[in-house]
Design a protein around this ligand. Structure first.
Ligand SMILES: [Zn+2]
Length: 226
């Protein structure tokens, strides 16, 4: 399942304007999809930017969280702070055991995304894919660490997933989308939010493929235990 950390919603909030602002898509307390009651508890303007302090009341767990959104106009107010900080995504033990560094990199990229550092998030998600793919290669083939280390990501994808389009295509989409977060020359119409969403969707497929391969390699039933 893909986790979208934020979403934009429209709300009047008795300001006389239609405000469009960013809130978390999951309640930071209970993690359930978020459709909170929202109160504006403070507003101030600083250097042309409007700031709202919002109190959100979760309709599921009943707890309150605080969100600070800022924008130059009321129709595009971006989340700057959230209390409490959302919990990091958790992964299946099969993946935790296969690649603890993938997990920590993925969670770092997620934190970067949550505070709006999308370039770093894009680089981080790509790096997490490379670590997962290489840890998978190390544990599931006879290739040595030294040998795997010599392959760049494009070569490694081709070598270990070239015969499996369900692994190869998603890994390649992540690699190529990530180029625009890393490289100096990128298209003028580059849309970081859309590209990051696309990258994450394909990364999710790749994670599922690796997890599936791990499930087949380590079945839980006695019949297949060595
Ligand atoms: Zn809640």
């Amino acid at each position: 399942m893909e986790i979208k950390p934020t979403k934009f919603i429209n709300n009047m909030l008795n300001t006389g304007h239609t405000n469009k602002f960013e809130i978390p898509s999951l309640c930071p307390w209970c993690g359930v999809s978020f459709n909170p009651t929202i109160d504006r508890v403070a507003t101030f303007d600083e250097s042309d930017a409007h700031t709202f302090v919002l109190q959100m009341h979760c309709n599921y767990c009943g707890k309150k969280s605080i969100n600070v959104v800022i924008g130059k106009d009321y129709s595009n107010m971006v989340q700057q702070m959230l209390y409490p900080a959302p919990k990091a995504r958790q992964f299946d033990d099969l993946l935790v055991n296969l690649s603890p560094r993938f997990i920590s990199l993925y969670q770092s990229a997620e934190r970067a995304e949550q505070i709006g550092d999308l370039d770093l998030a894009g680089m981080g998600y790509r790096a997490s894919l490379e670590i997962l793919l290489k840890d998978f290669a190390l544990k599931s083939t006879d290739d040595s660490k030294e040998k795997i280390a010599t392959f760049n990501l494009g070569v490694a994808i081709n070598k270990y997933f070239g015969d499996n389009p369900f692994g190869m295509i998603p890994a390649d989409v992540v690699r190529l989308d990530a180029n625009d977060f890393v490289h100096w020359d990128r298209p003028d119409d580059f849309d970081p939010v859309m590209t990051l969403e696309e990258m994450k969707s394909y990364l999710e497929i790749f994670i599922t493929v690796v997890k599936t391969r791990q499930m087949i390699a380590h079945p839980p039933v006695k019949r297949y235990k060595k």
